[in-house]
Design a binder for this molecule. Structure first.
Ligand SMILES: C[S@@+](CC[C@H](N)C(=O)[O-])C[C@H]1O[C@@H](n2cnc3c(N)ncnc32)[C@H](O)[C@@H]1O
Length: 537
């Protein structure tokens, strides 16, 4: 960092200037106080402060999913420049994994919060000031990050949006070593969510990005437009990755490559984005994503890009994996894991590797489950969840949906042994997730994949069918208005199990609550991914 622009302020323990930007989401003072009053090393203690999406955005461990899957490509012995570091959602992770980190943050109070959050990290220096005015030394850094920042560069510049971005990226290009990498994460202005009814993340207006931003705002770009700007800035290597629901708290990331279109996309996509602002649901996104996959076009419509850029065309920007998914953030940290899908170099096809997030063992036990993570061959075929979506939306009085449920019931009955005290057939607890989302149809057969939750007790067949119906609802939230879902569920159950009644349904609801509680994180009631919580002031 060229320090001539800054002055070291010993009381603040950071470098400061007089030149700040107006960016704020109004929460800066809250986070300064919070980080000064808690043990910032204790991630789980921080999580207890999450009350709404705006706070979650700064505290959630999901934030690092945007960069952690790429660690193998980076030089961890090198120097990092984090531009627009905000209030340190990523900075601590950088400090833990790299030799040295320089953070620049344009809002002085954000920089203070960031300093408080990283106060015990001697390898992290904080520079408070406008990155657009900062001179960067040539060839100083091995990694530079622009996580949620590039979109604001045109807003704080007087040049044309394209020109400001190219000039800014050129400066970053200049400050990287010959093998250096820049990671950019940014929303896609053609993200599917903007077509389906989400307001633009940065200015809150519907369709603003699709209309090429008719008024001054932070702005994002389309895939080709962005690649062109990056190349104009001098980067020779450019590799796009795509994040879902978006880069802010990604659950899934895929590498843009031809192989991704050999895989079955259906099993990848988590539930609908449950936004934290009013939004429309003009269509049912998972089925549109499937259509785009069939057309090999999904990479133009992903909600966010993560882009690796290198000075040298020889720098490897390709991960071994083509797809990664982190288990649902609502799951207890003890059972959370990464799923990585990578080409199987020895045998062809793809391998699915599962790795626990917070521990080394591949098996974890609780009162009712043993959770075993095993690597598997990738199962090709069509995901039953997509059939279920279509069947649910078919205009045939749920006949197609009932047929699918009967098929699952038939498979479960083939595997049943014994009955419970009410005479309902029982299956082993390993069938707990014998549900749409874990079944693939291949050659006319149903294949049960990724069955990692092994229930220690036998489970009634009607319970597994109930789980299929009950949990499907979450995918449709916003798109389908459920006025009396319990009644609907009871009706279907009484067709599939003629002796079924309200008392039995109540028993199944309690059973589901008891078992799921064992798997959920303590703050699982929290909101879901959504838009950024601020606009530039
Ligand atoms: C969306 S936030 C992202 C913060 C952080 N990277 C994260 O992921 O949590 C954008 C950040 O970039 C900072 N920023 C935007 N333009 C900047 C500039 N020209 N110089 C320094 N910081 C800037 C803002 O102050 C804000 O903290």
């Amino acid at each position: 960092m060229n320090k001539s622009f800054f002055k070291y302020e010993p009381d603040e323990k950071m470098y400061v200037t007089d030149d700040y930007i107006s960016y704020s989401d109004g929460s800066e003072k809250y986070f300064i106080d919070l980080f000064n009053s808690v043990d910032v090393e204790d991630d789980s203690a921080l999580l207890t402060h999450i009350e709404d999406w705006a706070i979650k955005y700064h505290l959630s461990q999901e934030r690092i999913n945007v960069i952690s899957p790429f660690l193998d490509l980076f030089n961890v012995n090198g120097n990092v420049l984090e531009i627009g570091a905000g209030m340190g959602a990523i900075s601590r992770w950088l400090g833990k994994n790299f030799r040295h980190v320089d953070c620049i943050e344009g809002n002085i109070n954000r920089a203070r919060a960031l300093r408080a959050r990283t106060r015990n990290m001697e390898n992290v220096d904080i520079y408070a000031g406008n990155a657009l005015k900062t001179n960067l030394n040539a060839c100083e850094y091995d990694l530079a990050t622009l996580i949620g920042v590039l979109e604001y560069i045109p807003f704080y510049s007087d040049e044309s949006p394209e020109e400001s971005v190219v000039v800014f990226l050129r400066n970053i290009h200049n400050t990287l070593n010959d093998n250096g990498i820049l990671i950019i994460s940014i929303e896609n202005k053609f993200g599917l969510k903007y077509f389906s009814g989400c307001a633009e993340d940065h200015n809150g207006d519907m369709y603003s990005g699709l209309m090429d931003y008719p008024f001054k705002s932070a702005i994002t770009f389309g895939r080709n437009e962005l690649e062109s700007l990056i190349r104009q800035a001098g980067f020779s290597g450019v590799q796009f990755y795509h994040a879902y629901p978006d880069y802010k708290m990604p659950v899934s990331v895929f590498r843009e490559c031809s192989e991704i279109y050999e895989l079955n996309p259906d099993v990848f996509w988590p539930k609908q984005i449950l936004d934290n602002i009013p939004r429309k649901h003009l269509f049912f996104e998972p089925l549109v994503i499937k259509s785009l996959f069939k057309e090999k076009m999904v990479h133009y419509f992903s909600n966010s890009f993560v882009i690796l850029c290198s000075k040298s065309a020889d720098t490897n920007l390709k991960t071994e994996w083509v797809f990664v998914k982190c288990t649902d953030p609502l799951i207890n940290a003890d059972y959370r894991h990464w799923i990585k899908i990578a080409p199987d170099k020895n045998r062809g096809g793809f391998l699915v590797e599962k790795k626990a997030l917070n521990h080394n063992e591949d098996i974890k036990e609780n009162n009712v489950f043993s959770v075993k993570l095993t690597n598997q061959e990738y199962v090709h075929g069509s995901a039953l969840i997509m059939e279920a979506f279509k069947a649910f939306l078919a205009k045939d009085n749920y006949m197609s949906f009932l047929n699918l449920l009967s098929e699952i019931r038939g498979e479960l009955l083939k595997n049943s042994a014994g009955e419970d005290e009410e005479g309902y057939p029982l299956v082993s607890g390993c069938f707990f997730d014998f549900c749409f989302w874990n079944l693939i149809r291949r050659d006319g057969k149903l294949i049960y994949f990724d069955n990692k939750w092994n229930g220690k007790e036998d489970m009634p067949v009607d319970y597994i069918i109930f789980r299929n119906i009950h949990n499907l609802r979450h995918y449709f939230i916003g798109y389908v208005a459920f006025n009396n879902f319990e009644g609907f569920c009871a009706h279907l159950m009484s067709i599939l199990f003629p002796a079924h009644n309200a008392k039995r349904l109540g028993y199944l609801v309690n059973l589901e609550t008891r078992l799921i509680t064992e798997l959920l994180a303590q703050n699982a009631g929290m909101a879901s991914p959504g838009r950024e919580a601020r606009k530039p002031a």
